[in-house]
Design a protein around this ligand. Structure first.
Ligand code: PMP
Length: 359
């Protein structure tokens, strides 16, 4: 029996998608084999690849002058790919916003290849808020500005797109496809697949055409966006099963009403949970109001000694993977697209009962 899964990633996938994959696993569309067992260059797989790209383009209204890439290595490979691909255009300074754990990972990687200017940081209050644009000190000639629209661990999310003069690069791993986004405001967007897209290992990248010729000399072939773009993301064998499953997820999102519908649901789910936490004296949110993520909701119990019991009992109640990240402690409920409103309702019933028994 499937349970409600609040995992931060790899995370819940739509049940309808898993059922379809299951049906097609041994005999994909009457071909007598699975999608994993055919050439990535075959006409059958080419159709999967092209449909996935078109559906993603439709969902995010991606303009024609952007390339859509399906890449290996998750989001972490893109932490390196971003400086490798963008710091060769003359200027070696890159601006970064420090908003938490994942922004830091990106910064560490960029420092290996160029000069990083930290434009703003929310370290002073433990990365519990989005650093407001009035405090930013952008470089005059940055090759790009990188930020993390949603910090998966801290549970902090930007609710606006920063206005910058250089190409804007975003790690949307944990909030892509959860709301409409004005792609034309970005130079490059990337996301690890394992939250709102599909299985882990795959990353989706959206790159503006004119940024494909700025790579540093010596860039590894496997990180080179231009090589990937020229080869239709098939310079070498791509993760075909992850690509196929992502294609099913894109269709599923379309069927649900697109990213507008996802945005409505996300707001509903996160408001239900955050509202409940705010009304309670027993649970609290470490994230400042106005900066709270609709995708990842961390919360703590009044007494951390109860954490273990909370996790044990919630699991027994069919509510999976609520443990917070070790760096934050407490709990975290991730509310990605495939997590239904009923999951949040069941969580609230459990939380209320738990509070009654132990407060
Ligand atoms: N960026 C963000 C915002 C993430 O949440 C994660 C993974 N949780 C990563 C990057 C790293 O992704 P991957 O494990 O696919 O490399």
């Amino acid at each position: 029996m499937r349970k409600f899964n609040f995992s931060a990633g790899p995370a819940a996938l739509p049940e309808a998608v898993l059922l379809q994959a299951q049906r097609e696993l041994l005999d994909w569309g009457g071909r007598g084999c699975s999608v994993m067992e055919v050439s990535h260059r075959s006409p059958e797989f080419t159709e999967v690849a092209e449909t996935a790209e078109q559906d993603l383009r439709d969902l995010l209204a991606i303009p024609q002058n952007y390339r859509v890439l399906f890449l290996h290595g998750g989001a972490t490979a893109q932490f390196s790919a971003v400086p490798w691909n963008l710091l060769g255009g003359g200027d070696r300074v890159a601006d970064y916003i420090r908003s938490g754990h994942w922004a830091d990972k990106a910064i560490v990687e960029a420092r290996r290849y160029g000069q990083v200017n930290v434009v703003a940081s929310s370290e002073d209050r433990g990365f519990t808020y989005v650093p407001g644009p009035t405090s930013w000190r952008q470089s005059e000639n940055a090759a790009y500005l990188h930020y993390t629209p949603n910090e998966t661990i801290g549970g902090v999310e930007f609710d606006y797109v920063p206005a910058v003069t250089c190409p804007l690069v975003a790690d949307m791993s944990s909030n892509i496809l959860s709301r409409p986004v004005a792609v034309e405001k970005f130079g490059m967007i990337y996301a690890g697949a394992q939250k709102n897209i599909g299985p882990s290992g795959l990353a989706v990248a959206i790159v503006r055409d004119d940024l494909l010729d700025r790579a540093l000399p010596g860039i590894p072939r496997s990180l080179n966006w231009k090589v990937a773009a020229d080869a239709g993301s098939m310079d070498n064998t791509p993760p075909t099963f992850a690509w196929y499953l992502s294609a099913l997820v894109f269709k599923w999102i379309k069927g649900q009403g697109g990213v507008e519908a996802m945005a409505e649901q996300s707001l509903r789910k996160s408001s239900l949970l955050c509202g409940f936490i705010d009304r309670s004296d027993f649970y609290s949110s470490p994230v400042e109001r106005g900066s709270r993520s609709r995708m990842n909701v961390p919360f703590t119990l009044a007494d951390a000694a109860l954490d273990h019991l909370f996790l044990q009992e919630s699991k027994a109640a069919g509510l999976l993977n609520l443990k917070g990240h070790r760096s934050v402690g407490g709990m975290r409920a991730s509310l990605y697209n495939a997590v239904p409103v009923e999951a949040v309702e069941a969580l609230l019933v459990f939380m209320a009962e738990f509070e009654q028994r132990y407060a």
